[in-house]
Design a protein around this ligand. Structure first.
Ligand code: UDX
Length: 450
């Protein structure tokens, strides 16, 4: 297909306004633009993407009711529901205007799995729609399974424990909730909204068959619409960084000075989670005591009651000297691809997990919430390319780092991660499963006509 497709086919993308959701959607847009589609991104003003990084796209900003706040709220579910409420009308009016004034024909709306309003508007305007899932297939399968158990009366609030979920090894009940404080009722309501019957014509998945084939097949058997696993999308899209925070590239020259496979890259909070002073102190001394070089991302605002690194323990930075490098935000994919990096301490957001596997880097998993807990279990127990850190205690941190970087079983994890990297390369090459799936997706969208 490629460049020969006439750019009369416009796609409207509707991302969810968080780093881990925006990145894969914009990368998907880049791939589909390369395939010949015109791209409009309908985005909230809160956490809006930078249009200068994406000069080929047009943008449709939507007032969202959150934008005045400036900082990310920790009530992600509440914020997502508010965006769905606040953007519905403006989105519908903007699309109607686009059609009337510019005579635009919209081939399809592709929306994040959490942007339910976009699917409703597509229905109202009789425009085909497709969902993009930015979490993995295992999470979807397992959460839907939990709701079915609840419907059969086999689950109560007391069951949500360390126990393994029947037929869902290695997941425990507690791995499937969004957070531990949540009630089963709320959980079922949200899961049903995300994974239940949807109006869209297909699902695009940022995952890859060689990693989740059996789960994807099981989901496809139950799902009436086609599924397109086109991931890891970042390996298919030759895109500029679309990061919401400015990347500090100086860490790359620091990495150049470190021995191969020696550095632990620490980005253990992702774009949303945070820690308190006690926790950051344990992390700091755990890193220092491991005696391995470390590159540590401390996102501004991620340590409670401080702007950045003011609450690091006294003497810590003098103690570690050149052995440690701290940045506000890193060019993560380049860092993971650097030969000095021997391991990644991650919160196991799905993008970070895919990026680590794509670079062949083993992981210390310390999930914070949501799908991260499922990802961590799969990394450590199914794909066996990482280990779980149970508690944020300096001794545990020190020994996890030394085990991953220096010990024999850490080396075995690294070898398995490298095998997966090679498999990913095959899947994302011409003729590979993700590449074929992407071509099928393009043909599917073209079959809607204009
Ligand atoms: C959350 C969920 O945890 C995740 O599973 C879901 O799919 C999306 O929302 P988030 O906390 O943002 O994700 O983590 P993750 O999915 O890992 O995404 C973080 C992104 O930020 C990655 O693409 C990573 O490369 C990027 N990043 C992170 C940087 O570019 N620099 C950094 O220093 C840290």
């Amino acid at each position: 297909m490629g460049k020969q497709l006439q750019r009369s086919h416009r796609l409207v993308l509707v991302p969810c306004p968080y780093e881990g959701h925006l990145n894969p959607m914009l990368q998907l847009g880049t791939v589909l633009h390369f395939k010949g589609f015109s791209i409009t991104v309908a985005h909230t003003i809160y956490n809006s993407p930078n249009p200068h990084n994406l000069p080929d796209f047009s943008f449709l900003p939507m007032p969202d009711g959150l934008s005045d706040r400036g900082v990310t709220s920790m009530d992600v579910v509440g914020d997502v529901l508010a965006v769905n409420e606040n953007c519905r009308e403006i989105f519908q009016r903007s699309l109607e205007k686009l059609k009337e004034t510019q005579g635009e024909i919209i081939s399809c709306i592709i929306s994040d799995e959490l942007m339910f309003f976009a699917e409703d508007v597509a229905n109202n305007l009789k425009i085909p729609s497709i969902i993009l899932r930015t979490t993995n297939a295992a999470t979807s399968f397992a959460r839907s399974g939990l709701v079915k158990l609840k419907e059969k009366g086999l689950l109560s609030q007391d069951t949500l424990s360390n126990e393994l979920v029947p037929e869902l090894y290695p997941l425990r009940f507690k791995d499937l909730l969004f957070s531990l404080s949540e009630t089963l009722e709320n959980f079922s309501a949200i899961v049903t909204k995300i994974y239940g019957k949807r109006a869209s014509s297909a699902i695009i998945w940022n995952t890859v068959s060689c990693l989740e084939q059996a789960t994807l097949e099981q989901i496809q058997q139950q799902c009436k619409v086609p599924i397109f696993p086109v991931g890891p999308i970042h390996m298919i899209a030759a895109s500029n960084s679309s990061s919401l925070i400015e990347e500090d590239r100086s860490c790359l020259s620091w990495l150049d000075k470190q021995p191969h496979n020696s550095v632990i890259y620490v980005s253990n909070l992702g774009s949303l989670a945070s820690v308190n002073e006690k926790e950051v102190t344990e992390i700091a001394w755990g890193l220092a005591n491991s005696n391995q070089p470390f590159l540590w991302v401390i996102r501004p605002g991620s340590v409670h009651s401080s702007d950045w690194i003011e609450l690091l323990p006294k003497g810590f930075q003098d103690d570690v000297g050149d052995k440690g490098c701290i940045v506000r935000w890193a060019p993560q994919r380049e860092v993971l691809a650097h030969p000095a990096v021997g391991g990644f301490w991650s919160h196991c957001g799905w993008n970070s997990t895919l990026e680590s596997l794509a670079a062949g880097v083993p992981i210390i998993c310390k999930p914070c919430f949501g799908d991260q807990k499922v990802n961590a279990r799969y990394v450590s127990h199914v794909w066996r390319i990482g280990l779980e850190l149970e508690e944020l205690k300096r001794r545990d941190i020190e020994s996890a780092i030394r085990r991953l970087i220096l010990h024999e079983d850490g080396k075995e994890m690294r070898a398995r991660a490298k095998e997966l990297k090679e498999k990913f390369e095959v899947c994302t090459r011409k003729g590979g499963s993700s590449c074929d799936s992407l071509n099928e997706l393009v043909n599917f969208i073209m079959s809607f006509g204009t």
